[in-house]
Write a protein that binds this ligand. Structure first.
Ligand code: GDP
Length: 461
């Protein structure tokens, strides 16, 4: 592991703009000394931050020698029990941009240098407190837009991927070491029948790697949300369905045809499946110019969507208009589920044989069909039920690429075994697989890559 520089770094760790509180974070050898030199108590006396116990907070004032800049709270985290595993001080100021800049500039005058984006996390990584999957998960936790994404990145942050990868690497290392020892010392280690045994172990590893790769698609869908458009002619119940799914009155429900004129979108969770819902104005040819904009937008949102919930009014029967809209959806080659709405109004059952996608008996009023809808979406997007919430989904593109390289190297080992190559051939590809797995967690990776990864972080993290 590369050693840290001796620099002490500092940055404003909270979002830019005025707010109730703004936090300045300092990390490094001189963090505590610098804080000590600028913090005084109410009567202008030194507060001895130097002697402050780790993980405690002290009240004081930032003083630049002439002027009191702000009233603050100072938190001290002594190494190694801190975010970066170095001495860290966090100063909570009043969150005005000007105040924070002045405090930061005072801190840099006293010997800290402004941190690069992501540099605190980079130090945590460099100091061995977290691995690369955990560092990347920090960013994901910050940017997660839904409950699934948050939970997943938090599990990764707690080391779930790390543990999985480390255990795979251990297996590979064990086999490589065995081969090397047997080649060195054939008297004590026999390779008789070993290739068959190794083949089984490698096949098992390939299965795990493939599962992680295939789960990553599910992970991506769950992380980003399934973009879902509710389409259908006016008055079939689109807004009502949107409201039902989002659990609040986001769209205006009305029985005057053509009144939903804009696209309304909301993020909802259908028993754990994140959906980004678009409501569309009723799609139909119209002369009304305002409504035309709505119709255009419906086409747009069909275009944007991963899934269309095509809604029909079962009490009305299937009309030419329904068929036209359905043709439009099919022309766009979209995944589609047909919601046969208003089935609570007991009327004659319309013939839905025109539609080739699954039809769900639905009622926005009685909430009938919600469970079936969830099941269908799982089938379409998640290749079955959303698994156990404990499952970890790798969604980071860089990590998935390394998994694919790992799979390639392991397949080469299988090929060497099948081609009856000598054992020393196996170790070359085994070690390649080992090092690709290492790249996922940031073992033996070059510093350029680290710089690239950490520069994507936000300031102060
Ligand atoms: P949109 O134009 O497609 O968005 O349709 P709305 O959601 O505005 O609904 C049109 C009308 O149908 C409203 O009066 C709703 O209350 C009614 N409606 C919607 N869904 C149902 C349902 O499942 N059952 C019944 N009985 N009425 C519904």
């Amino acid at each position: 592991m590369i050693n840290n520089t001796d620099d002490t770094i500092a940055a404003i760790a909270t979002a830019p703009g005025n707010s109730g509180i703004g936090v300045i974070r300092i990390s490094g050898e001189k963090a505590i000394e610098i804080a000590d030199s600028i913090i005084v108590n109410k009567s202008g006396k030194k507060t001895d931050i130097i002697d402050q116990e780790s993980h405690t907070v002290k009240y004081g004032f930032v003083f630049d020698g002439n002027d009191t800049i702000d009233e603050v709270l100072v938190s001290v985290f002594k190494k190694p029990r801190s975010y970066t595993a170095e001495d860290v001080v966090e100063i909570s100021c009043h969150g005005g941009t000007y105040v924070l800049r002045r405090v930061l500039s005072l801190i840099t005058e006293r010997g800290a240098r402004p941190a690069e984006p992501g540099e605190f996390t980079k130090r945590a990584f460099m100091n061995g407190r977290i691995d690369l999957t955990e560092a990347e998960a920090v960013m994901d936790v910050i940017s997660s837009g839904n409950e699934f994404a948050r939970k997943n990145s938090l599990s990764i942050l707690k080391g779930a991927v790390h543990n999985k990868i480390v255990s795979m690497r251990d297996k590979i290392l064990h086999e490589t070491a065995f081969i090397e020892s047997a080649l060195d010392d054939p008297e004590h280690y026999s390779l008789e029948g070993y290739p068959e045994k190794l083949k089984e172990i490698i096949e098992e590893l390939i299965r795990s790697v493939r599962k992680m790769i295939s789960d990553s698609d599910t992970g991506r869908v769950l992380k980003e949300g399934i973009r879902t458009a509710i389409a259908g002619k006016p008055n079939v119940g689109k807004s009502s369905i949107l409201n039902l799914l989002s659990g609040e009155n986001k769209a205006i429900v009305t029985d005057i045809p053509g009144t939903t004129r804009d696209i309304v979108s909301s993020e909802v969770s259908l028993s754990g499946i994140p959906l980004i819902l678009f409501d569309t104005a009723g799609i139909r040819e119209t002369e009304d110019t305002v409504e035309k904009i709505g119709v255009e937008r419906s086409r747009e949102s069909i275009d944007l969507a991963d899934l269309i919930l095509f809604t029909i009014d079962s009490s009305e029967g299937i009309t030419e208009e329904d068929r036209e809209i359905y043709d439009l959806i099919k022309a766009n080659d979209k995944k589609c589920i047909i919601l046969k709405n208003k089935t609570d109004l007991q009327v004659e059952d319309p013939d839905t044989s025109y539609f080739t996608d699954p039809v769900i008996e639905f009622s926005a009023k009685t909430e009938k069909g919600l469970y079936e809808l969830k099941k269908k979406i799982e089938e379409y997007f998640l290749s079955g039920e959303i698994q156990n919430s404990e499952d970890i989904y790798i969604t980071n593109v860089r990590q998935i690429k390394e998994l694919k390289y790992t799979e390639d190297s392991l397949l080469l080992v299988i090929k060497s075994i099948e081609d009856k190559m000598t054992e020393d051939f196996f170790t070359v590809d085994l070690m390649d697989a080992y090092s690709h797995l290492g790249n996922i967690i940031g073992e033996d990776t070059d510093e350029d890559l680290f710089d690239r990864i950490f520069s994507e972080f936000c300031m102060g993290k």
